[in-house]
Design a protein around this ligand. Structure first.
Ligand code: ASP
Length: 379
C-alpha cells in the first residue's frame, strides 16, 4: 500500500497545528524540527520549501583578526550554524538544515569527502520528497572540481547550488552572507529544477559543468568564459536566461556503491618538458593521467612517444586537455594510428581529472573512457 514518508506525516502534523515553528529565544536548543533523516531545522514554516546546506569550509567560513584582510586569514573557522545565523533573511526564503561535512580550506577536500557528500545529497535531498534542493558551501580554490563531481553524481532534478566567498566573514563588505542568501534562494526555487549543479556567486548563476575560477583574488571570479551564465540574481529572485538544458556530453554516474576513486594525476605541459614527469606519475601509482597540454592539447614529439608507450604498454588512459583558459581539444588534434589518444573536448584539466576518476571507479576500459570523453564534444 502507498504510504507517506515519515517526514511528510510529521510536516502534515506540524502544518495542522501551525504553519510556522520558530525558535524560542529563551530556549538553548537552536532547533525546532528534526526530520526522519535526523536533519535539524532552525525554523519550520510549512509555507516555505526546505533546503539542506552542506558546509565544507573555505573562505565563506573564514575568519581574520583584521576587517581589511582578504588574504592571510584562516579558512574554515566558522561553523554552519553561525553562517546561517549571520543571514536571518534566509528564513524568509526557506527552512534550512545544516550539515557540517567538514570545515577545511578547499585544498584539503578529498575524493573520500566528495563521495560521502554526494551520497548524503542523494539520500537526504533527492530521496526526500519534502526537500527542494541542496546548497554546498565550499572554498573557492577547487570549488569547480567539487561542483563538477556533484553535477555528475547527484542523480535527481533537484538543484545543487555550490557557493563560496572571496572575502572572509570578518572582512568589511564580506561577500559570503549575500552569496549564501542567493544560493539558498536558487536552491529553493522551482525555476532551478533540472539544471544540474550550479555555482551561485557574485549575483551570477553558472553551470557547474563549465564554470571555472578565472581570477585568484577578485569577487567576479567564477565564469564560463565561452558558455556564459545560466542566469542572474536580481534582488531576491533568480532570473534564468533559458529553460532547463543539459550541457552537451554531460553524463550521470551513480556513486552509491563506489567506495574510492582511483588516483588521477594532472601534468602541466611546458616548453622543454621532461618525459620523466610522466613516468614518475605512473611509478607513483596514477591509474589515469590528464595532460594540461599547450594549445589544443599539444606536447613535444618525444613526450608524445612516451605517452603512447604508457597507453600501450602500461594500459593507463591519458586525457589531453589544455592549459589555455578556454577552448576545445578536439580528437582530431591528438589522435594517431599507434595509440588510443583521448581528447578532453571542452573539459578543462581539473574537470577532466574528475571525470576520468569517475570512469575508472566504474571500471570502464580504455575504449569506454575514450567514448565518454568524445561525448563532451558531441552527445
Ligand atoms: N583557500 C580558500 C579555499 O579554497 C580560498 C577560498 O575559499 O576562497 O578554501
Amino acid at each position: 500500500m502507498f504510504s507517506l514518508p515519515a517526514s511528510l506525516l510529521a510536516l502534515a502534523a506540524v502544518s495542522h497545528a501551525s504553519p510556522i515553528l520558530v525558535r524560542d529565544t529563551n530556549d538553548t536548543n537552536p532547533f525546532v524540527f528534526t526530520n526522519y533523516n535526523g536533519l535539524n531545522f532552525t525554523q519550520m514554516n510549512t509555507t516555505l520549501s526546505n533546503v539542506t546546506i552542506f558546509a565544507t569550509g573555505g573562505t565563506i567560513a573564514g575568519s581574520s583578526g583584521s576587517a581589511l584582510a582578504t588574504t592571510g586569514y584562516t579558512a574554515g573557522a566558522v561553523g554552519i550554524l553561525t553562517l546561517i545565523d549571520a543571514v536571518p533573511e534566509i528564513l524568509n526564503v526557506s527552512n534550512v538544515a545544516g550539515v557540517q561535512v567538514s570545515n577545511v580550506g578547499s585544498e584539503d577536500v578529498t575524493s573520500t569527502l566528495l563521495l560521502s557528500m554526494s551520497k548524503q545529497i542523494n539520500t537526504f535531498v533527492c530521496e526526500d520528497l519534502t526537500m527542494a534542493g541542496a546548497v554546498v558551501t565550499h572554498g573557492t580554490d577547487v570549488l569547480e572540481e567539487t561542483a563538477f563531481f556533484l553535477d555528475a553524481t547527484v542523480n535527481c532534478g533537484k538543484p545543487v547550488v555550490v557557493v563560496g566567498a572571496m572575502r572572509p566573514s570578518t572582512a568589511i563588505s564580506a561577500d559570503g552572507p549575500y552569496n549564501l542568501l542567493e544560493a539558498v534562494t536558487v536552491a529553493a526555487s522551482p525555476l532551478s529544477r533540472d539544471r544540474g549543479s550550479m555555482v551561485v556567486m557574485n549575483d551570477r548563476i553558472v553551470s557547474s559543468y563549465y564554470v571555472t575560477k578565472t581570477n585568484a583574488n577578485t569577487m567576479d571570479t567564477f565564469k564560463a568564459p565561452e558558455m556564459g551564465n545560466l542566469g542572474e540574481m536580481i534582488s531576491d529572485t533568480p532570473y534564468f536566461f533559458y529553460p532547463p538544458v543539459k550541457p552537451t556530453g554531460k553524463r550521470a554516474y551513480s556513486i552509491m556503491n563506489i567506495t574510492s576513486i582511483p588516483r588521477v594525476d594532472i601534468l602541466f605541459a611546458y616548453e622543454d618538458m621532461s618525459n620523466d614527469t610522466l613516468y614518475n606519475a605512473v611509478a607513483s601509482g596514477a591509474k589515469g593521467i590528464v595532460i594540461a597540454g599547450a594549445g589544443a592539447g599539444g606536447v613535444s614529439t618525444s613526450f608524445n612517444y612516451a605517452m603512447e608507450d604508457v597507453i600501450n604498454n602500461h594500459g593507463i588512459p591519458i586525457v589531453q586537455s589544455t592549459r589555455a583558459m578556454s577552448g576545445e581539444v578536439p580528437i582530431s588534434d591528438v589522435s594517431s594510428d599507434t595509440a588510443l589518444h583521448i581528447a578532453s573536448g571542452y573539459l578543462n584539466p581539473m574537470k577532466s581529472r574528475i571525470l576520468l576518476g569517475l570512469l575508472l571507479a566504474h571500471n570502464k576500459n580504455m575504449t569506454e573512457i575514450a567514448d565518454a570523453f568524445l561525448g563532451s564534444t558531441d552527445d
